[in-house]
Design a protein around this ligand. Structure first.
Ligand SMILES: Cc1ncc(COP(=O)(O)O)c(C=O)c1O
Length: 413
């Protein structure tokens, strides 16, 4: 284990020895101060290694032969993901990204002209573009739920619109990409369940948990969603090019299937027909980059061995500290608001240039990203800003890294 001199925040959930161990298992912390976990988290070394090993195996014995040889380890991906979301293995599909998961789910809904998609004002940009594309092609309608005065979905408005409009789809993003908000998903799930029980059995709830997976516990029994779309590479610290999709039994039993189902999702039984798989494999493609399946499995096991609740506590502590110190800097405006905040810290700086700030931070080996209006149009307009910097700490970051970042921001602006 390498020796690093660092400090941890007051109230730290992890001991210094634990943080030292976690950092010793992540080579990237030697090179950069990584506050871009909402972009792509630093992979633990074990995640890197299992992928390298599998690629070497493919080179040595052949790709098909390698995945056959590692069939048990591949199956472990489903076990780990089912444990992560508290569901059965048969509810889990492996995909190439959160967007890939999302579009497979969305494409399975049998939309008719005039059907309504009810969504929140902080829903992810690509989801919103896909709804607009559905509107253009099929004439569906998009309705937004109002925000509460403190930010996040107005639960009263959600309930009213659900019962009045009877939407075909409820689409919520748990933690938006450009704001520290965490939507009150437990209450949303509860309200949605009431609606479905009383009014509609042909309505579907898609929850985008891309930014929340790996930084907080996701239990589909509480969330009450029909689909949960997730990426591997962000707070879960898995490989790029990976995603997971949870599909509820209700959705599977109703026969929903992705529009472009392939030979893994279905069996070609007759010249004029095919039979869909009974389980979530229906939402998968035949071809996988198996090294990334194994890497994702290792990342989920690593996350679970640490514990999502402890991770949540530490991320909350570091991001809270970051926000407090940023707020104290002249000209800096922290933009995060909501009943509950996640680990994404967003801020803007009056009379400054986002690229200059990001590039200057990068020169100091501090990773953050700029966000622009087009990434979250409704949210940015409501806040009256054109851009924001997003800094997203994780549990392996230290207090010194947060303080170094704050000092750098002060120097740059
Ligand atoms: C909230 C949210 N949803 C979906 C996505 C899309 O994820 P992916 O790039 O894995 O498709 C992102 C990516 O930043 C996101 O922040």
């Amino acid at each position: 284990m390498h020796n690093e001199n660092f400090t941890i925040p007051v109230g730290s959930i992890f001991s210094k020895a634990e943080i030292a161990k976690l950092r010793s298992e992540t080579r990237g912390v030697q090179n950069v101060i990584h506050f871009n976990n909402a972009g792509s988290g630093l992979m633990p070394d074990i995640v890197t290694q299992v992928q390298l090993d599998h690629i070497a195996l493919e080179a040595n014995i052949g790709g098909y032969e390698a995945s056959a040889l590692r069939a048990e380890a591949v199956q472990e991906f489903y076990t780990q993901t089912a444990l992560l979301f508290n569901c059965k293995l048969t509810n889990i599909a492996f995909t190439a990204s959160a967007t890939d998961s999302y579009t497979r789910a969305l494409s399975s809904i049998p939309f008719k002209q005039g059907d309504i998609i009810l969504t929140d004002k902080d829903d992810f940009v690509s989801n919103q573009i896909q709804f607009l594309s559905l509107q253009k092609r099929f004439g569906i309608k998009i309705v937004h739920i109002n925000n509460a005065p403190e930010g996040g979905v107005d639960l009263g408005d959600l309930e009213e619109k659900l019962f009045k409009l009877k939407p075909k789809v409820l689409a919520i993003t748990h933690v938006p990409t450009n704001s520290g908000l965490a939507q009150p998903v437990k209450q949303i799930g509860h309200i949605y369940q009431k609606f479905v029980a009383n009014q509609a059995d042909q309505s579907w709830y898609i929850l985008d948990a891309c930014q929340s997976a790996g930084q907080m516990k996701l239990d589909v029994q509480d969330l009450k969603c029909d689909f949960l779309s997730v990426t591997g590479r962000k707070f879960l610290r898995g490989p790029r090019g990976t995603g997971m999709l949870y599909i509820s039994d209700k959705a599977l039993e109703s026969g929903l299937e992705p529009l472009f189902i392939d030979m893994r999702g279905a069996e070609w039984t007759d010249k004029g027909s095919y039979k869909q798989q009974p389980d979530a494999r229906r939402f998968e493609d035949w071809e996988f980059a198996y090294s990334t399946v194994l890497g994702t499995s290792a990342a989920i096991a690593y996350c679970r061995s640490i514990g999502e609740d402890r991770i949540r506590g530490q991320v909350k502590l570091l991001s809270g500290k970051m926000r407090k110190e940023l707020e104290a800097i002249d000209r800096v405006r922290v933009l995060d608001r909501g009943p509950e905040l996640a680990g994404l810290v967003t801020f803007t700086v009056g009379n400054s240039d986002p690229l200059l700030i990001v590039n200057e931070l990068a020169r100091r080996k501090i990773n953050v990203v700029p966000s622009y209006r087009a990434f979250g149009l409704i949210d940015f307009d409501e806040k009256g800003v054109k851009w924001a910097i997003r800094a997203s700490p994780h549990y392996y970051n230290t207090l010194d890294e947060v303080e170094g970042f704050i000092e750098s921001v002060k120097e740059i602006i």
